[in-house]
Design a protein around this ligand. Structure first.
Ligand code: LMR
Length: 329
């Protein structure tokens, strides 16, 4: 009997010491602001799936979409404090931390998604990923959304003058502020989660969004006019923090983590392209907003205005060489 009791005691001790250590997964909370039906939303879920599968459950990922945990501004703070371990804010949301990332907001800078990718994959792009490190973050990858359309409830916008006096919601970015000022419009900074109500209640008249956000958040239902201007690009940086990197390295899981990020990034890029076309059609088919497609000639006055009025204001902040390099890809 005594012998059995001893064995039982040993087994309990072993289970207390070993089992929890083996069974307790590393938890990664991923907070974002968009719908799960967008490229970012889908890729976040895909990353969860492959990370959990490839590590046999040693990593457990919780994804919080639709600003259900934090809006983007709060998310960067929470990430720094290790309350969450992954975020994927648009470049504008880094303005307070890394001003150079506003380069991606410059209207008509990138000729196409391909030239944008070339820039992101170049030494310049890699250098930019590193810039967030000074802020205690770790830049992992660039994720895509798409080029933005300009919507409003006042009048159809075909020429730059048409935007005069219209109140547009913007993300917190000096570039976007200057872009709307150049149009003699009124920029209003607001978090993404507030946009629908603000458009519906007339707090602002308009906004700029890529198709997937425009459709999945139903903004098109409360916007009379949608100009397909593709003037600027909306993309993201997938970021984590140094604490979780250390934890993953210690557990021998960092390489698996990085490989999963790489695969999710490829998936995300592909998806962004497909979904852009898909949601463009969905908005058009809805018949809820008048879609105005600008020709290249109609885009030209916008391009000229922004290049003359907006770019020079950022030569010092972003770097003229960097802007010129980006334009050359
Ligand atoms: C926005 O605030 O409009 C975007 O950054 C939302 C997003 O993450 O796509």
């Amino acid at each position: 009997m005594r012998y059995l009791k001893n064995i039982f005691f040993v087994l309990v001790m072993v289970s207390l010491l070993v089992v929890p250590a083996m069974a307790k997964p590393i938890k990664i909370r991923f907070s974002h602001v968009v719908s799960p039906e967008t490229p970012k939303g889908k890729a976040a879920n895909y990353l969860k799936e492959i990370l959990e599968e490839r590590t046999g459950g040693k990593i457990k990922v919780e994804v919080y979409p639709n600003s259900s945990l934090y809006n983007d501004k709060e998310a960067i703070k929470a990430l720094k404090m290790d309350v969450i371990q992954l975020a994927c804010p648009s470049f504008s949301k880094f303005t307070a931390y890394v001003k150079q990332l506003q380069i991606f907001d410059l209207p008509f800078l990138f000729k196409s998604v391909d030239s944008l990718h070339k820039f992101q994959d170049s030494e310049y792009g890699k250098k930019m990923l590193k810039l967030v490190e000074k802020r205690g973050l770790v830049g992992l990858a660039y994720w895509d959304n798409g080029f933005k359309v300009l919507s409003n409830n006042v009048r159809p916008i075909v020429k730059p003058e048409d935007a005069k006096g219209i109140k547009f919601r913007i993300m917190s970015s000096k570039v976007l502020e200057e872009q709307f000022k150049a149009l003699n419009a009124i920029p209003v900074t607001m978090s993404f989660s507030e946009v629908y109500t603000a458009l519906q209640q007339g707090v602002v008249d308009g906004a700029e969004n890529p198709w997937s956000n425009y459709y999945t958040k139903k903004f098109y239902e409360v916007q009379k006019y949608t100009t397909v201007s593709y003037h600027g690009y909306l993309g993201y940086m997938l970021v984590t923090n140094k604490k979780i990197v250390m934890k993953l390295k210690k557990a021998g899981l960092y390489d698996t983590f990085l490989k999963a990020v790489k695969d999710a990034t490829e998936y995300e890029r592909k998806l962004a392209k497909e979904m852009d076309d898909y949601y463009y059609k969905k908005v058009k088919e809805s018949g809820k907003t008048q879609v105005i497609e600008l020709t290249d000639a109609q885009k030209e006055p916008f391009r000229k205005l922004f290049k003359e009025k907006v770019y020079p204001k950022f030569y010092k902040i972003i770097g003229k060489d960097m802007i010129e390099a980006a334009a050359s890809f």
